[in-house]
Unconditional design. Structure first.
Length: 572
């Protein structure tokens, strides 16, 4: 199966942000929409970022505008080129293109520094000698005002001299900061003389050792927006309390424009950890195999698991853009994914936990090539040949020596249909003499039922899948489940450890699966529906020709349909 070419997102349903943008265009306030996606390169993007990517790029696309990709790289201690490259790869994979609008906050280091000098000259910023813990202590809290720094009233000339010496590397880390002079009694804690610059003698991934003072995010972010002429600065709700500070920074100095900040509710998902700090801890402590572990909610992990960019974009459109925080069901994401994969994935047969079947009345040495449909709803995908012979593998769970009620699959003296093949009837079993476990099922077949149809019209209640034992290819199959056992991540108690709530069954590895021979050449990243099993993807890292490794992307169970069905009807 070939990897599809991503296409841009289609127009999304109306929401309050799109309403604002359209009103601004109609009123003439803006001639063109200019947005930006501004990640800090301190980790890999996750599904929550996908919502922001779709919103920012989508809003610009829908109105003939542009969306910038800007890296807010102001903290050299945690930022790496690896993260920059992964972010660009993920944005492109989702189907978006920033073209020539690639920027970095580090592009503006000189300009940001000059802006800070202007704030000092205007009496709006000062150099403070207090250690960070004392700055934090003197901010006060929501019940008491902060305490002014003893260095707050330094002269402009002294502040300019000290700030210049900070840049020159004259002081050790942590000994001085540049702070905004706003209001230590403000009810908004962000306005109590926040730090604008700090000393960090660390090498930057782009500027090297050229700088030893770095701007704080809350200072660099609104100014970078203004320098780029962003019209609508879209961010998540946790930045709503920061907006007065952003406005103050833009109004206190010579900012070229005033981008309008609009906040929306971030994506929260059941059974999913979304904190970048937590995800980094999972990686660094070896609790997952890496940022692209298929259990991770990172876009690289979801891509490796077999998610399609179309499914992620459709999900982001499905949940919409609102102002109210909410928790989305991961089952809704899986339902959206299932709809997308059902349309695109060719079918194949794979036996994950095999038990051998011997058809006693089938000629030894004979091999038939049976026709199998690649996609029952898409004739254009054609058919393939699957080999059939005397010895087969079926799923161990498709046989019961003592079947329970409503079990209609294979059992002693019971007949079932083999997919695309024949009716077979169990006439005996072979067991391990020590354990009593069934190791072989003996059957007979009806030669007249080729293709799975009986000429005498008799019915069977089950159809099961199989692979030819002689031709089957051994494969490793990895069954993934939710990484977090707890449905609501916010329910982890304060001071609690998220590791206590990890799902111990989030990964089951099946090294002895058997798949049909056509899958021997499955390209890394190619997706299939394994009949009756779910949707699977050839692992992009570990799968090799002749030795495939398949990740289960999602099961065939439609959990979301069950959730919707359980909801009370309107008016009831």
């Amino acid at each position: 199966m070939t990897t599809e070419t991503p296409t841009p997102a289609q127009a999304a349903p109306a929401d309050f942000i799109r309403d604002i943008a359209e009103a601004d265009l109609k009123s003439g306030k803006h001639a063109k929409i200019v947005t930006r996606f501004p990640p800090e390169p301190n980790g890999y993007l996750h599904i929550g970022h996908a919502k922001s990517i779709c919103l920012n790029f989508g809003l610009a696309q829908e109105h003939g505008g542009v969306c910038h990709l800007r890296f807010d790289d102001t903290n050299p201690v945690v930022e790496e080129v690896e993260y920059v490259e992964s972010i660009m790869k993920d944005v492109r994979w989702l189907g978006f293109d920033w073209k020539d609008k690639l920027f970095y906050a580090s592009d503006y280091f000189e300009r940001l520094y000059g802006y800070a000098v202007e704030l000092i000259k205007r009496g709006s910023a000062y150099v403070c000698d207090l250690p960070v813990d004392e700055v934090r202590r003197d901010r006060g809290d929501f019940n008491r005002p902060g305490k002014e720094s003893p260095f707050r009233n330094r002269s402009v000339d002294e502040n300019l001299d000290l700030f210049g010496r900070m840049r020159a590397g004259a002081f050790p880390d942590g000994t001085k900061t540049l702070r905004a002079k706003i209001d230590m009694s403000s009810p908004n804690m962000n306005m109590r003389d926040p730090v604008l610059y700090r000393i960090k003698k660390a090498s930057h991934h782009r500027t090297g050792d050229a700088w030893c003072v770095y701007p704080m995010y809350d200072y660099a972010h609104p100014l970078s927006d203004a320098f780029e002429g962003i019209t609508h600065s879209i961010c998540t709700l946790e930045f709503e309390d920061h907006r007065p500070l952003y406005d103050w920074i833009l109004e206190a100095g010579p900012a070229p424009c005033r981008p309008r900040q609009i906040e929306f509710a971030r994506l929260n998902l059941t059974h999913t950890l979304m904190s970048k700090r937590t995800l980094r801890e999972l990686v660094e402590k070896g609790l997952v195999s890496g940022w692209d572990d298929p259990r991770m909610p990172t876009l690289s992990g979801m891509r490796r698991r077999g998610y399609s960019p179309e499914a992620i974009r459709a999900f982001c459109g499905r949940i919409g853009v609102t102002k109210s925080p909410s928790l989305s069901e991961v089952a809704l994401l899986e339902d959206t994914l299932r709809d997308d994969l059902n349309r695109r994935c060719p079918r194949a047969m794979a036996v994950l936990k095999p038990v051998k079947v011997v058809i006693e009345n089938y000629p030894e040495g004979q091999v038939e090539e049976l026709d199998a449909v690649n996609h029952p709803e898409d004739p254009s995908q054609g058919t393939r040949k699957v080999p059939f012979c005397r010895e087969l593998y079926i799923e161990a769970e498709d046989f019961r020596e003592e079947p329970p009620p409503k079990f209609f699959r294979l059992a002693p003296d019971r007949e079932v249909r083999l997919r695309y093949a024949y009716f077979v009837k169990c006439v005996g079993v072979v067991k391990d003499p020590k354990t009593g476990v069934v190791t072989e099922i003996r059957c007979t077949y009806d030669p007249a039922s080729r293709g799975g149809n009986s000429p005498d019209g008799r019915k069977v209640k089950a159809t099961i899948h199989w692979v030819s034992a002689r031709h089957a290819l051994k494969a490793e199959v990895r069954l993934y489940d939710h990484l977090l056992a707890l449905a609501d991540p916010s329910a982890i108690p304060e001071g609690g450890d998220f590791r206590d709530h990890l799902n111990p069954k989030s990964l089951e590895t099946l090294p002895g699966a058997m798949v049909e021979p056509a899958l021997a050449s499955a390209a890394a990243g190619s997706r299939f529906q394994f009949e009756r099993q779910g949707y699977f993807c050839a692992d992009a890292e570990d799968s090799k020709p002749g030795a495939p490794v398949f990740n289960r992307t999602v099961t065939l169970r439609d959990t979301w349909a069950k959730i919707e069905k359980a909801q009370p009807k309107k008016g009831s």
